[in-house]
Design a protein around this ligand. Structure first.
Ligand code: COA
Length: 216
């Protein structure tokens, strides 16, 4: 891989990062995407963690980004465990499969660990995240907010034992509930792009979402 460096995102990067997020996600899970709008609004949210907002750079070009937020596990014993989540995680299509995404995850996890965060939960492809040490959240008895186990709900302890006996429901911040109208309007500030349906990655996503089972 060409030499990449990882650093914190700066305000002057925002538009470039939003554009790369759009390029990375476009037509990947659904026709079009709204993750670039999510990146745009997430930075203004109270759940956003600027100290864990990293870009990967190569020869002055930003080729990847990862953003973290605060999230919770509402434990069955009534406790609320404060955890991390991340996303969007984006790598420019031409740069995918070259180790940039893994480097961004590893770098940010290391920093999150240094900052003392106990655990990370995210929705993502187990084929990618299992290589980085993540386990199905079901292993810890943790389900989605609506109480289903999904293979794509992945968890990682940053502090050993942090998720032991913490069964419950994982709840993301409301900032992830995208206002579709606002997202569409925001997308129109970028050059037009064709939306496509029925792509293999979209069908795989639908299969992953359908594979759920009630926790109890
Ligand atoms: C997913 C993504 C961030 C991974 O970043 P990347 O730089 O392409 O990944 P890496 O090169 O570090 O990948 C390492 C390995 O994971 C594999 N991999 C990458 N994405 C994968 C995916 N979605 N599913 C399964 N395996 C994947 C690669 O093939 C590679 O395997 P190998 O080392 O055995 O060849 C990037 O492909 C991307 O931006 N995708 C579109 C947006 C997206 O889906 N973001 C994540 C949402 S959870």
């Amino acid at each position: 891989m060409e030499k990449i460096s990882i650093r914190l995102e700066r305000p002057e990067d925002y538009r470039e990062v939003e554009n790369l997020t759009r390029e990375a996600f476009w037509n990947n899970y659904v026709p079009g995407c709204d993750e670039h709008y999510l990146a745009h609004v997430l930075r203004e949210s109270v759940c956003f963690l600027p100290e864990l907002d990293f870009v990967a750079e190569c020869s002055g070009q930003i080729v990847g980004n990862i953003m973290y937020t605060r999230a919770s596990v509402l434990c069955d014993d009534g406790e609320t465990l404060s955890v991390l989540s991340f996303g969007p995680l984006s790598v420019l299509p031409l740069w995918q499969g070259k180790g940039v995404g893994s480097a961004l995850v590893r770098h940010s996890l290391e920093r999150a660990s240094e900052l003392g965060f106990p655990a990370v939960l995210i929705y993502g492809d187990p084929a990618f995240y299992s290589r980085l040490g993540f386990l199905a959240a079901e292993t810890f008895g943790i389900a989605s907010a609506d109480d289903y186990y999904f293979d794509v709900l992945q968890a990682l302890e940053l502090v050993a034992g942090a998720l032991r006996e913490k069964s419950g429901r994982f709840v993301e911040d409301h900032a992830y509930e995208v206002d579709e109208k606002a997202a569409t309007a925001f997308d129109q500030s970028f050059p037009p792009k064709e939306k496509r349906e029925g792509l293999p990655s979209q069908l795989r996503f639908l299969e992953n979402v359908a594979m759920k089972k009630p926790r109890k």
